[in-house]
Ligand binder design. Sequence first.
Ligand SMILES: [Zn+2]
Length: 401
Amino acid sequence: MTVWDDLVGQERVSEVLTAAARDADALVTAAAADQPPPESSKMTHAWLFTGPPGAGRNQTARAFAAALQCVSPDRALGGAPGCGFCDGCHTVLIGTHADITTVAAVGAEILVKDMRDTVRKSYTSPATGRWQIILVEDAERLNEKSANAVLKAVEEPAPRTVWLLCAPSLEDVLPTIRSRCRHLNLSTPSVAAVADMLVRREGVEPQVAEAAARATQGHVDRARRLATDPAARARRAAVLKLPLRLDEVGACLKAAQELVDAAAEDAKQLAEEMDGKETEELKAALGAVQGGRLPRGTAGVIKDLEDMQKRRRTRTQRDSLDVALTDLTGFYRDVLALQLGSRVAIANADAEDALERLARAGSAEATLRRIEAIASCRDALDRNVAPLLAVEAMTMALRAG
Ligand SMILES: [Zn+2]
């Protein structure tokens, strides 16, 4: 087992990264022995990972980070860094390595105040590890100010600092930032590769694995959820029943309410799991005395945490709605495939009756309009339109007939 084993269908990318990690290792070794750095090196200070949602951008960046911090003695014997077992690899993979900072958007944007400490840290030497690594999971969510802070840091990196940026596509990142990064694009993993991973790594029955991989079309995390979590399967089944229910206005409004409620419930669950605990931990760290009284001047810190939690709650609700919209899009894409006479590409074989009924009931043009209505709903949510309004407009547009 190595750090690359969790990547699905990204053999080419992991070859490139293994070569870079080898050269990075040579750089560290030369520096430790006071020797000049090797002349040519595939290692560089800034990397940009792009690829469709679910292809594993963040996991790939994290695997690379682990390989860079790998301290396995096998490396000296010609083994590739990234053993997966040594202290370096292990602590990176479980997220406790001191020289890796992960930045993930809690809300719609990464604010400059979220980046300030990270940028400062990027100018320092690694504390215990071999590299100081900054992993930005949602670089597309950097706003103008935070992107500029990152740009400055990427332009003048400390000698042992590596920036790993992840975004859906090149266009999502400021041209000035991406021109300084080495770019790697992940491809959508095939259904077979995802199913194989589910069987091998999660012990899922081959048939269930195949169905989950097909239904999620190369989205590895969603496939894993679907294959292993009965609640996720029930939710998806409910979403796929919606299209047939949408006949009258009342039914459309009710369906919209259900979709929004389910997403809000997800956000509430996550908040219940995390918010209270985080607040207690922060209060303890600030030195709150028994009875909850806080020292003077710490109210602002608590307020910052509460703001973050609120942003996270909105984001979770959005992400959860997004899963439903993705399922619906997949459903209508299947309807379209049937209308155009192509049975090969059907992703939702388990909803075949509903697909065929809708395919017979309307035209391909009408189906295309419905797919567009789902995309418009997603755009509206991106623009912070109230979720219920956006989803109601969509269910009304999906109405049969
Ligand atoms: Zn290792």
